[in-house]
Design a protein around this ligand. Sequence first.
Ligand code: ASP
Length: 597
Amino acid sequence: MLKSIAWIFRPYFCHSTRQLPRNFQKSMPRHSSTHCWRTHTCGELRRRHIGERVTLCGWAEFCRGKSFVILRDWQGQVQMFLTKGSAKDIPVESVIKVRGIVQSRPEKNINHALNAGDIEVHVDDIEVLNTCKSLPFSLQDFAKKGEETRMRYRYLDIRSQMMQNHLRTRSNLISSMREFLIHHHGFVEVETPTLFRPTPGGAKEFLVPSSVDNGLFYSLPQSPQQFKQLLMVGGIDRYFQVAKCYRDEGAKPDRQPEFTQLDIEMSFVSSNDVMRITESMIKKCWPKDLNDHEFPRITYQEAIEKYGTDKPDLRTKLSITNLSNLFDSKDTINCVVVPDSYHKYLSKHTADGMHSKLMHFNDECARNGIFFWENGNFEHISGDRIENYEVLSDVRIWKNSSVVWLSWGDYNQVKTTLYKAIPIVADTIESNGDSIRDEGYKFLWVYDFPLFEADGDKLSCVHHPFTAPHPDDTELIHTDPTKVRSLAYDLVLNGSEVGGGSIRIHDSSLQRHILSEHLDIETDDLEHLLYALDCGAPPHGGIALGLDRLLAMLCGTSTIRDVIAFPKSSAGRDLMCGAPCKPDRDIMDHFFKPKIR
Ligand code: ASP
């Protein structure tokens, strides 16, 4: 008699649930048991298979007594009832192959929490393909072990349902993007070299010594930017690539030294064309319904003015209001207004808390005050008090608002401070269980970025040196370069930049002028590109989407490492295999010791 063994299905080092999410199930491949030993996956078995003889392969997740084994593969689990042999000697996580008949479970043994909780396989043939001889710890405790351990034993972490879901979501997304670009819009996938030469004026690059040309180095490309432009010169017309990019930028919490971009370039296009095709691709390929979704557009200037950042998170319903004209002061005076309905969550105590959180950022612009609109008057409750704050009472914008976070001083500093204040206000409100942020995905285009930014008396480019200036500002290039806008655009999702691109310079003399006159970049390193522009380069533009970040947001995880199979730690190390490492002495000598003859 089968006893109730529903309890066996305890969560196995899963970070959320053993069950695959519904939208994920829809996109699951139908034919994943072709050309292999099994007839079905464990997770696909259902009542409709009752009576069928099946062969399954997977991991023994749990064994109980002599007769019960929970068999697991990427798709799920199913219970085995051994009619012959014994489960007693099978260590967990051993790899087994079974043959048997799918049977229904007695009513009282059904586990409604599981997809296959109403069936089991009566096994008459079991083969242990590989005994699991060691595990660093019980896999049920895996999630508790922390990220470092997960990365050290990444192959075990990948067995978790969370990583399985993430990596399969990644594969599905990339495959639909390929389908969209190649089959619906005539793009050509072209691979470009990863052994390249240094690109001046960009991020720090990894160097690779050449053993053929002693003393010479390749560099790993920060992106295929030059190659994709050269493909346009070559008449490819519409290019894309799932490209590995490398930046030797050291430890950053949510950056990887190697990362993946969906890289796109198109000839004969405007910014609008690139933005529109990117929107259609995301709508079409996103596994969640985005049909009614808007992709609003705002200029860089508007973004800074209203949100204090070029990556606003439109889920938060708070923005910056300019009050400078109310006060007789040279300072920029801005505020964040909190709607009346949230007043109940804010008190002198919470205002002090919010204020001291902001002070942690150590901003230059520390003079901030929080004020309540109470009984027709403004009452100062925390932070510094601005002179003449009573004039605020004359303003009617607070009709339905009760709290104001005021900041004053230098324009950029005020914007930065209030940009940081917004999430502090939102978190304080939400810590009471109310919500001031919308759920879901809020995409946004930010465009008309400045072409240059000033660093002392030097200029650097805001996007990259191949970005075209805005045609209305070409005169300013000679007279007031920091005022020149560019034809660059960024795609922002929920406050993170997930893509960026631009229309490029296709005129070699303009490109040469910008490189040498404004950016102080040696054109010697770029003569191949400059020459190519002179050989009939079509007008062109493109974009690159950061696939790691896009996927992290899609999967709802806070770190891009959770959507990368073998990521580096935040210090840029591979904790599993120990990279980077010291090469053999001979290799070092070969590459780096000066040859004395
Ligand atoms: N190559 C650029 C980047 O990696 C993207 C682009 O301009 O298309 O940011």
